[in-house]
Design a protein around this ligand. Sequence first.
Ligand SMILES: Cc1cc2nc3c(=O)[nH]c(=O)nc-3n(C[C@H](O)[C@H](O)[C@H](O)COP(=O)(O)OP(=O)(O)OC[C@H]3O[C@@H](n4cnc5c(N)ncnc54)[C@H](O)[C@@H]3O)c2cc1C
Length: 550
Amino acid sequence: MTQEYQLRILPEIAANEQKLKEYLSKEKGLNLRDITATRILKRSIDARQRTIFVNLKVRAYIKEMPQEDEYERTIYNNVEGKPQVIVVGAGPGGLFAALRLVELGLRPIVIERGKDVRERKKDLAQISREHTVDPESNYSFGEGGAGAYSDGKLYTRSKKRGNVDKILNVFCQHGASTSILVDAHPHIGTDKLPRVIENMRNTIIECGGEVHFQTRMDALIIENDEVKGIETNTGKTFLGPVILATGHSARDVYRWLAANNVTIEAKGIAVGVRLEHPAMLIDQIQYHNKNGRGKYLPAAEYSFVTQAEGRGVYSFCMCPGGFIVPAASGPEQVVVNGMSPANRGSRWSNSGMVVEIQPEDLGNEELKMRNEELAAQQDEQLMALNPNLKSSQLSEINSQLLSVLHFQEELERQCWLQGGRRQTAPAQRMLDFTRKKLSYDLPESSYSPGLISSPLHFWMPSFISKRLSLGFQQFGRSSHGFLTNEAVMIGVETRTSSPVRIIRDKDTLQHVTVRGLFPCGEGAGYAGGIVSAGVDGERCAEAVANYFNH
Ligand SMILES: Cc1cc2nc3c(=O)[nH]c(=O)nc-3n(C[C@H](O)[C@H](O)[C@H](O)COP(=O)(O)OP(=O)(O)OC[C@H]3O[C@@H](n4cnc5c(N)ncnc54)[C@H](O)[C@@H]3O)c2cc1C
């Protein structure tokens, strides 16, 4: 027999199965010797008051052992000889699309510009050591996509629980801890993700699909408004309908689409900085305890949101017990992001602190930072992709379609200049920033390429810095101790989402003008994280199956 209970208990009881059994015996009248096992079904932490509680939904097995699997298995059949579908990009969008294609009896051919997830790691080390960014292998490009070396947070605002659960179960089937099915805020950790990603790739290959690394899609082959396949930098072409899951950093893909008249539009993003506190300080604040989190609680999280002068200012992608990483995907850029290991055990906690920007804001004087040298490079890149572009088309692309992308590029380049033309990142203590003071020195940080003191309040567009400052002051008022010079802000966080939407039909998920092309995931503007990209990948695979059936 099994019995399920909803409990609100102390962390030390929740962390120990024997203590949990004793608690159930005492509070629920069960005979201790009859409880053969317990299984936690849901877990969340309630840190609103001085005494911290853990909310648990728990199943007690009475005089029987658990029989059922801890996760739902998906069956993957052999797809050799089945119709092939090109999946460009092996991030979560592309990988989940490929696995779903296998489930649906279609043969995925995955094309990935970067290296496999292990080889990629060596290039990441080079960024910190040598300050060189390989434009094909970095924190954004390579197997696993932008999510591979990340915190591996798996929560999403999606209300479609069924789709989200499917993604989490597929992760478990490929080696992720089943705790992700239980925790209110599940995460895998950057140390565990590569194994899971390799297992997903192995499933695709064992079932008869293909995965091609270091193969970059350079052009779509389009005939009579229908995509026939892709051309790659290896000289090989691949034929079939295309799921385009190239992520938000594939700027060459956006340029190709813009230059070749494949409909896209500019979309809003959020930009700002990474803010890093000592993890102990965040634990003390969030758990209301000067001793921090103690033995039984995880590194504390936070989430802030406010409005400042008509724009949202909020914390983004918080990494408790994590690291700030150099996330540039090309030369002359400094971009930061965050990741954490499974145990979230580092001495720091960071999050993006960002301000919303809409395409129409870019007309604002405070946001105008167009750099002539960079603008010329951007024009050259477009002309190389389509030498027949007229100057009116070029100007439409610059002022409309790619305006937000260009703004991102300019801010990242500005940051690179401020950082001394290396991956060293410009930084300022948090309180100094709100007081418009250059920091005399900087605290120790997890950002391994190093920091340089810089007046962010001065050189960042005031549209952003003013709102960030107002936001910080507001967060400091609502959370005592948060606004402090023990925290350092590091520039810049610009890759929060895609600066472009590749417009697709909402029912068929095909591109609005090019049949057989399925824009997918974050890069297309339809996802904002690992899980939502995975969900979108699955939806695109289903849409391709429908396309074959019609
Ligand atoms: C450091 C970091 C930490 C993050 N942490 C989290 C987190 O904890 N939780 C979360 O939900 N999200 C996190 N994110 C965001 C998350 O990673 C993305 O939302 C997600 O990866 C988007 O998935 P995607 O498949 O749409 O695109 P991507 O993951 O960006 O994958 C796109 C893939 O396409 C490949 N590609 C690009 N162009 C081409 C081409 N021309 N030819 C062939 N291949 C190409 C790229 O190499 C890449 O592998 C993080 C991102 C970063 C950078």
